[in-house]
Design a protein around this ligand. Structure first.
Ligand code: 13P
Length: 253
């Protein structure tokens, strides 16, 4: 059975004061004894501040991307080794905003995945098609290509992390893939992984794209939806907690 995961991607939001208040509202045993893992991907600069209190609450932290190289003249970039040193356990890879706004190609994403593993970070590989690609009937081919590019370099080592299916048209738009549509893609992804190995087929596959307390239970009730990568709603600790509780009641076997 794949591990269940609820993850929050803060994107470029947060501050020291926000972080302290956020963790305070999760204190008091709300996260004790959960059947799922809880991850947060804050801006990297907040990691040193969050690392100890998050770990006390049982939350694992990650960064939102890493550079392929371990060090060098790459102004503004962050090496996977530095992220690990600052308290990251995970890294997102190939988030659609990185692909679209910062030009990360499938090949770049694969090199970053290799760097993540070199530094011992668990990779959370994000895949997903644009609206135009879905309308053309290319969604499966696009997602398969994004997976294959990383699997070619990493092989079974990708199994140390997870996959997040995030249809680009559902991100920040208020539009969610229906549970059936998401399940169909998750099942397709599971098939791609299974063709490579049984170990890869056991990876958690998360859904992302306008996940909220109101739609989480229906998504988590689907067989191949093992969790969620939550953007906007993860900035509100009460909403994030409600999504975690939806996983507890609807997602865990
Ligand atoms: P939203 O939940 O805001 O749609 O963002 C999804 C996402 O991109 C998470 O990585």
């Amino acid at each position: 059975m794949p591990q269940r995961i609820v993850a929050g991607n803060w994107k470029m939001h947060g501050s020291r004061a926000f972080s302290a208040g956020y963790l305070k509202s999760l204190e008091g045993g709300a996260l004790a004894g959960l059947g799922c893992d809880v991850l947060l991907f804050p801006p990297a600069i907040l990691l040193p501040l969050l690392s100890t209190p998050a770990s006390d609450l049982g939350i694992e932290l990650g960064v939102q991307t890493v550079h392929p190289e371990p060090q060098g003249a790459f102004t503004g970039e962050l090496a996977a080794e530095m992220a690990a040193d600052a308290g990251a356990v995970w890294t997102l890879l190939g988030h659609s905003e990185r692909r679209q706004l910062f030009g990360e190609s499938d090949e770049d994403v694969a090199l970053r995945a290799l760097a993540a593993r070199r530094a011992g970070l668990k990779p959370m590989l994000c895949v997903g098609e644009s609206l135009a690609e879905r309308q053309r009937g290319d969604a499966d081919a696009v997602v398969t290509g994004q997976l294959d590019a990383v699997l070619e370099l990493l092989g079974d080592d990708l199994a140390s992390g997870g996959i997040a299916y995030e249809p680009v048209w559902a991100i920040g738009s208020g539009e969610t893939a229906s549970p059936e549509m998401a399940q169909a893609m998750h099942s397709m992804i599971r098939g791609v992984l299974r063709r490579r190995s049984e170990r890869l087929a056991e990876m958690p596959i998360l859904y992302g794209g306008s996940v909220k307390p109101e739609n989480a239970a229906a998504l988590f009730s689907e067989n191949d939806i093992d969790g969620a990568l939550v953007g906007g709603a993860s900035l509100d600790p009460a909403a994030f907690l409600a999504i975690i509780m939806a996983m507890e009641t609807h997602g865990n076997p």
